[in-house]
Structures are given as C-alpha cells and as structure tokens.
Design a binder for this molecule. Structure first.
Ligand SMILES: [Zn+2]
Ligand SMILES: [Zn+2]
Length: 331
C-alpha cells in the first residue's frame, strides 16, 4: 500500500497532529547544532512546561512543607504520612485542575486536542467502569503510596548520613548540573523499565493497566499497576548512588509524577480563547498509546531513535511499528 494512502487513513483518526512532527533533543544530533540545543533547553526551562511546573512545586514544598532531615532520622508514621500528602495534594491539584479545565469545563473545546474522542465512561475494561475514577485510584492509591515509601526510605538513609548528602554552598555548579540532568536520567531509566514492561507476559498482567488508556487524559499519567509502580519509582534510588540534596529528590519526584500529567493530558497546548498559553501534551507519548510498540522513552534522550523504535508520526513509522509488534507477539 502506498505511504500516502496510509497517511490519509491514519490522519482521519486524529483531531489534531502537530505540524512539526515529533522532535527529539538536538543535543544528540549530528552534525552538532548548538543554537538548536540552546533553544531546546530555553524552551524547557524558561517557560511553563512539564519541567518548570514540577521544579517550582519542588521549591515551594521543600522550603515550606518538607520535614527537616533531622526529623527523618527515625522512621515514624507522622512524617511519612506528611510525605504522602505532599505527593497526593500537588498531584491532585495539577491533574484535577487540568482535567477540570480541559474535560469538564471544556475551556478550549477541541483546540489542539489530539484524539477525536472524549474520555471513556461505562466501560467494564476500567476499574469502577469509568476511565477517570480508574485513573484516580491507580494514581493516588497505588502510585503515590509506592512513591512515598521509596522517598521515605531515601530521606531516612540521607538523614542518617549513610550516603553523602550534597550541599548547595559547597558545590553550586555541580548542584545545578545534577538538577538539570535529572530529566535525562529519568528518561534513561524510563526507556529500559518501560521496554521491560512491554514484554508480552509483563504487559498482559501489569502494564496493560496503564494502556487501558488509548485516549489519555491528565489522570492517566501515572495510572499504573502496583508492580509497575514498584519498578517505575526505582528511578529515585539513583540518589543513594549519586550524592544528592533532598531538593534533588524532591524535584525528581515531582518531575516523575507530575510531568506525565502534562504528557498524557491529550492536548498539545493549553489555550484560552484559541491563544496558546503553554506547552502541554506530548505527541511522542501519544503515539505510544495509540501504536504501543514505539516511543518507549522520552524525547529528552533519544534511545528510541538509537534502537529503532522511534515513531516520528509518519505513516511509514506506523507501518514499521505494526510489523515490529506482530513479530514480537509471534515469538
Ligand atoms: Zn507502554
Ligand atoms: Zn503513558
């Protein structure tokens, strides 16, 4: 079948497709393009994005609400419960706020919405027969509990001085460099953990919970099965290996938990009166939810390109992805 016929066939299934396709971090492109790299990082760190929102939340929570390390020297229910609330409340505000604006108030209608369909109700595939309630349960009940357990363990180890803790005053450049590298580490860990979850057996029993959401919404971001959460949040244990400050773990936590709210929200941009205000969804991951065996990582570190699983939004890539899936499941 010629590629252009395929392209038309797939185009019908989208309400909106970004005109720029699916860009990857130019840091890894050859020949080098320093200007493109500067623009990529300026776009990520100097606007309202899935990086800056978690960073600002981390700063606010760190200075106003995180218990001091001395208090976390002994494992106690009081401060662990507070950590759980510090996960649940920002998650609910961001996912709930975006869900309210985009899907209840329909504040921008279908403007920049990828999928033509609305979220699913009365469908037995979802817990409580409802996509949104299903996603809220797996996010707050399962996800935030596992994340809290891992964070508590790491703060407890840091508080007891069993691993070196980095101080801003001693090495400010290293401190900031490590902060800036966290999204890349997260992307690296995610690619491999996620590929493992697509092993047909793990997929069927575990990762399928996340993939109930073919048409995703803000609450779908970290709507994962218990075992998937147990693996997904092991990314935090890097702070036991690389000397870190509690603020590094805090930013990492909100990045890991809140940036998927944006990437799954289903709209490319947030807008008011058809004027785009901020970046939101991520077509890269939207394609993963539609075609499954592609774009396992993030656009921050292009493992998919290097390992042949990159879907750039074209009909050829769809064809290649379908062939790969067929081959994977025929084994
Ligand atoms: Zn997946
Ligand atoms: Zn997803």
């Amino acid at each position: 079948m010629p590629a252009d016929t395929l392209a038309d066939k797939e185009a019908e299934r989208w309400n909106h497709r970004p005109s720029v396709g699916v860009p990857l971090n130019p840091l890894f492109s050859w020949p080098p393009s320093p200007l493109a790299v500067v623009n990529w990082y300026r776009g990520a760190w100097l606007q309202i994005t899935a990086i800056t929102v978690p960073f600002l939340i981390a700063l606010a929570v760190y200075f106003w609400f995180l218990p001091p390390l001395e208090q976390m020297r002994t494992l106690q229910a009081g401060w662990i419960f507070r950590l759980w609330l510090l996960n649940v409340i920002p998650q609910s505000l961001v996912a709930g706020g975006l869900h309210w604006y985009l899907y209840i108030r329909k504040g921008q209608g279908m403007h920049k919405k990828f999928d033509k369909r609305d979220l699913t109700r009365n469908n037995g595939m979802f817990t409580f027969n409802n996509q949104v309630w299903d996603n809220i349960w797996w996010t707050l009940g399962s996800g935030m509990s596992v994340a809290t357990a891992y964070q508590a363990l790491i703060y407890w180890v840091m508080a007891n001085g069993w691993v070196p803790v980095m101080a801003f005053g001693d090495t400010p450049i290293l401190f900031l460099a490590w902060m800036a590298l966290i999204p890349m580490w997260s992307g690296l860990h995610f690619y491999w953990a996620h590929r493992l979850e697509h092993h047909p057996k793990l997929y069927k029993h575990v990762h399928a919970v996340h993939h109930r959401n073919i048409n995703t919404g803000p609450w779908s971001g970290v709507s994962n099965h218990w075992w998937e959460n147990a693996l997904y949040y092991t990314t935090y244990f890097v702070h036991l290996i690389i000397p870190s400050h509690p603020l590094h773990l805090m930013f990492h936590s909100y990045f890991q938990q809140i940036s998927p709210v944006f990437s799954h929200c289903g709209f490319e941009r947030l807008a008011k009166n058809e004027t785009d205000l901020a970046k939101a969804g991520d077509f890269f991951h939207q394609l993963h939810h539609r075609y499954f065996e592609c774009n396992y990582g993030t656009s921050e570190i292009p493992f998919d390109k290097w390992f042949g699983t990159y879907h750039d939004g074209t009909a050829e890539a769809t064809e290649r992805t379908r062939a790969f899936k067929k081959q994977m499941y025929s084994k």
